[in-house]
Ligand binder design. Structure first.
Ligand code: IMP
Ligand code: MG
Length: 175
């Protein structure tokens, strides 16, 4: 018999909103007077980006990219494919890449290399969750909401086989 996965609450809606506001405040300070472009990494970052962008009070543009290193389920394939690239011209712009989770760092290494090739004025990374202890390639993250989250997480944009993305809080999927 297959067991039903259990959702263990980890980060509440209130905790998420508090951290999102804190990170946005810092971005508002750091990018004041700059031509900021937020690039959301689909699909996982779509809710985080929507909340973050609405707390960013300086003028900014928004675009998206899509890359995946995960196949089905919870294990990484180690292979990254970029299937959607930004349409805004990023040359000489200050680009902030918005990601849901930085895990091994393999996805971002590939995405960063691609974005660097577009000659932005600067490129920084903002992540909802940084699983720093799982890193396999060096990948510094400039803005982080949470960095002490372990286990396989779902909710607030994060999925397992495309499920759970719309949950308003973050849960550990106990399989
Ligand atoms: P990395 O290439 O190993 O850093 O993988 C990063 C990507 O894996 C993220 O963009 C997520 O989409 C996905 N990922 C990593 N950990 C989790 C998790 O706990 N829940 C859902 N997706 C995850
Ligand atoms: Mg992702």
């Amino acid at each position: 018999m297959t067991s039903v996965p259990e959702l263990v609450p980890l980060i509440s809606q209130e905790q998420i909103q508090k951290q999102v506001c804190k990170v946005a405040d810092q971005i508002n300070i750091d990018y004041c007077g700059h031509q900021l472009v937020l690039i959301g990494l689909l699909k996982g970052a779509f809710i985080f980006l929507a909340d973050l962008a609405r707390q960013i009070t300086i003028p900014h543009q928004i675009d998206f990219m899509r890359a995946a290193s995960y196949g089905r389920g919870t294990a990484t394939s180690g292979k990254v494919s970029i299937s959607q690239t930004p349409t805004i011209d990023l040359k000489h712009k200050d680009v902030l890449l918005v990601e849901d989770i930085v895990d091994t760092g393999i996805t971002l290494a590939c995405v960063k290399q691609y974005l660097q090739s577009l000659a932005p004025a600067s490129l920084r990374i903002c992540a909802l969750i940084d699983k720093i202890e799982r890193r396999e390639v060096e990948m510094p993250v400039d803005y982080v909401c949470f960095n002490d989250a372990a286990g396989f997480l779902v909710g607030y944009g994060l999925d397992c086989n495309e499920n759970y993305r719309s949950l308003p809080a973050i849960y550990i999927l106990d399989q």
